[in-house]
Write a protein that binds this ligand. Structure first.
Ligand SMILES: CC(C)(COP(=O)(O)OP(=O)(O)OC[C@H]1O[C@@H](n2cnc3c(N)ncnc32)[C@H](O)[C@@H]1OP(=O)(O)O)[C@@H](O)C(=O)NCCC(=O)NCCS
Length: 153
């Protein structure tokens, strides 16, 4: 059974999230200390104001995370807010945890009064499309291409 909660209610998992993110994105976090990363996660531990990070548990075990946040990139400033920072622990993948995190993120955005939510991804395109998101355009980055998706809430 999958449970999704606010990170704010489970701040003890922050060191584990930091380790997972460093292992998944070593280049991006190369210059960050463990304390830097934990501080960054602590800033996402809100229930009412963006950024708000959610965490997933399967049978009581931490399994994944997603964040609803304001997009920082200026050229994408019109596509707010975004669901990002999606990660599911390897041992728990392909069991629907990622889809459940996206669904809860959409529900959170709706509760906060947003009429649409956006995401840029390659890996989660299938999840988004099955949940009714629409492809907007391709975004070219230094390190490759991503697809920008929109979901009207
Ligand atoms: C991308 C990621 C979050 C997906 O998480 P997940 O929990 O595996 O997601 P889901 O289980 O909901 O869906 C993943 C796939 O498993 C399939 N699946 C879901 N439940 C399944 C089941 N019971 N049996 C078989 N397949 C299943 C889904 O159809 C989906 O297929 P697709 O990739 O072809 O669309 C995860 O792979 C991850 O953390 N990757 C590394 C970090 C990353 O790339 N993050 C995304 C940045 S945008």
């Amino acid at each position: 059974m999958i449970t999704i909660d606010f990170l704010a209610d489970h701040i003890d998992v922050i060191p584990t999230l930091a380790q997972w993110f460093r292992a998944q994105w070593p280049d991006y976090f190369a210059d960050w200390s463990q304390e830097d990363m934990e501080q960054d996660f602590r800033e996402d531990a809100s229930r009412e104001r963006l950024p708000i990070r959610l965490v997933a548990f399967v049978a009581g075990e931490l399994a994944g995370t997603i964040i609803l946040r304001t997009r920082e990139e200026r050229r994408l400033a019109d596509y707010q807010p975004e669901l990002g920072g999606l990660y599911v622990r390897e041992s728990h993948r392909r069991q629907g945890v990622g889809a459940e995190l996206v669904r809860e993120g959409m529900s959170l955005a709706r509760t906060l009064g947003y009429s649409a939510v956006y995401a840029t991804t390659v890996a989660a395109a299938g999840i988004l499309e099955r949940l009714g998101w629409e492809f907007v355009k391709t975004i070219v980055h230094e390190d490759g291409e991503n697809s920008l998706y929109c979901c009207n809430l």
